[in-house]
Design a protein around this ligand. Structure first.
Ligand SMILES: C[S@@+](CC[C@H](N)C(=O)[O-])C[C@H]1O[C@@H](n2cnc3c(N)ncnc32)[C@H](O)[C@@H]1O
Length: 266
């Protein structure tokens, strides 16, 4: 059981550092997630780990704690209807609009271990390779978590991970079996640029984005943090661009460029 003051401290720390809102009844969850971190660093309890965090000087330990409390759940072609909508409607329209400049900028803004960004890369390669020949394509994928990004950059996935969302045909086309896992094709790896970015911190300058995927991250944040991030997204998004949220998320901001894709819109 976690001491009440320590639980309150962790809630505040995660809110301050990542914008993530931990509910008041999640003390058990926090204790379970922090136990392996405490054990790894040889603290005799989670409370001792938290005592160490209180002076906020150990940046690595704080980052490790944040990463342990954040949900990294993802899969290839997660919510398949999104990718149908992207392939059949959103990308063809964006590509038609950008035909003069011949450039397209796409940002997966909380990409976790990379499956979302690689799914977009697969769609671009499978369906639009000819049309986009000679174009400048920027496919940026960012996340708070360095551990997730390490896997994303490596392009290595387990049996279970490649079974989630990938058809056997796609797996055969884009992956090779390598030891006890699967290695994504170098061509796809070269298409995606992975970069660490905390959405609640200062952002580096970005090109105007045609498409932003901001899926399944705002749902963990407070309404005020969500709004701040979405207002910043509005500035980065091209006037005719499109921002896509997750299936359980809505922006609450009237902007025709923000869309929640639902199965019935197919
Ligand atoms: C549930 S995953 C969603 C992954 C992917 N977008 C999808 O829909 O499958 C949420 C991701 O958001 C990241 N995240 C959480 N807070 C963040 C923040 N403040 N800035 C950037 N990424 C954050 C987490 O590290 C995690 O990888």
């Amino acid at each position: 059981m976690l001491d009440n003051n320590n639980f309150a401290f962790i809630r505040q720390l995660v809110e301050d550092q990542a914008g993530i809102a931990i509910e008041s009844d999640q003390d058990q969850f926090v204790a379970c997630r922090l136990l392996p971190v405490a054990q790894k660093h040889a603290f005799d309890s989670v409370d001792t780990l938290i005592a160490q965090l209180r002076n906020r000087s150990d940046r690595h330990l704080i980052q490790e704690v944040i990463e342990s409390l954040v949900t990294h759940e993802t899969s290839f072609f997660r919510d398949a209807h999104y990718f149908d909508e992207l392939t059949e409607r959103i990308l063809p329209r964006l590509i038609a609009r950008r035909g003069t400049e011949r450039r397209l900028s796409i940002w997966c803004a909380a990409c976790s271990t990379g499956q979302e960004a690689y799914s977009v890369a697969m769609v671009l390669g499978e369906r639009f390779a000819q049309q986009l020949n000679g174009w400048h394509i920027e496919l940026l994928a960012t996340d708070l978590s360095e551990i997730s990004l390490q896997q994303a950059r490596s392009g290595r996935y387990t049996d279970v991970e490649v079974q989630r969302g990938l058809s056997p045909a796609r797996r055969a086309q884009h992956f090779r079996h390598d030891g006890d896992g699967w290695q994504i094709d170098d061509r796809l790896k070269r298409m995606v640029r992975f970069q660490q970015l905390n959405l609640t911190s200062v952002w580096p300058p970005f090109p105007e984005m045609d498409l932003i995927l901001l899926r399944n991250v705002l749902v963990y944040m407070s309404p005020a943090t969500r709004e701040k991030i979405l207002i910043r997204m509005q500035r980065v998004l091209h006037p005719e661009g499109r921002l896509i949220l997750g299936s359980s998320e809505s922006s609450g901001i009237p902007d025709a460029r923000f869309a929640t894709v639902r199965p019935e819109t197919k």
